[in-house]
Ligand binder design. Sequence first.
Ligand code: C5P
Length: 250
Amino acid sequence: MTTLAILTAAGSGTRLGRDMPKALVEVHGLPMVLHAARRLAASGVVDSLVVTAPVGLATVMSDVVTRDPQVTVPVRVVDGGATRQESVAAGLALAGPGDDVVLVHDAARPFASPALVRRVVAAVRGGHGAVVPGVPVVDTIKSVSVAVDSRPAGVFGDDAAVEPVTSTPDRSVLRAVQTPQGFDRSLLERAHAAGASRAADAHATDDAGLVEALGETVVVVPGEDAALKITTERDLVLATFYADGSGDRP
Ligand code: C5P
């Protein structure tokens, strides 16, 4: 029985404002996707990798990941889709007969540690069908009504886009979730099949959400600061702290 890791790298990364896909942007001299692939391989619990590439860049992505001596597991590259969900589905279609556990990991989280990868896989192999790393939320989170037309005119000035607060969830039960997320392969396949048949505007932002939509249980294991997601220039600066090894505990 083997573990397949799908490394999603097909996003454009427009919020980073570079003229290349985010996964190929370098941190500490290496593309993000390579940092992520190295750590997945170093975990010792991943048997093969499928990388989802932006359309037209499969060869570039393949050159980056397959030629690196630290990526010691077999790598295949597949064209990603228009959404993250479609990219994961394209990767999942390449699962082999022996792959009973599937990890889904974002190249945009290049410094998730090998120890975190092992923790997620151990929880899946221990009997949990869907496992996500999560960290406690430090901010108080408000849920708001996004119908800004209903804002009270004149309270904050005519141009202020105020958003009425609808609730304040109890912070102690909130977790900010990360990747890699780990799944029993057949459960993930069922979740994606059901997700694909829903409306296009209902695409999930993570795979655990698709499993939840089936009514199946998802569990959270402790995440880590190093697994931060790189979205903006500020995140890139922060990530160099982990890239130099300060935050990376294999
Ligand atoms: O855009 P965002 O940062 O939320 O993307 C999360 C991850 O999903 C990134 O690693 C990105 O490359 C990947 N992705 C993908 N296919 C898409 C969109 C995003 O593989 N169509």
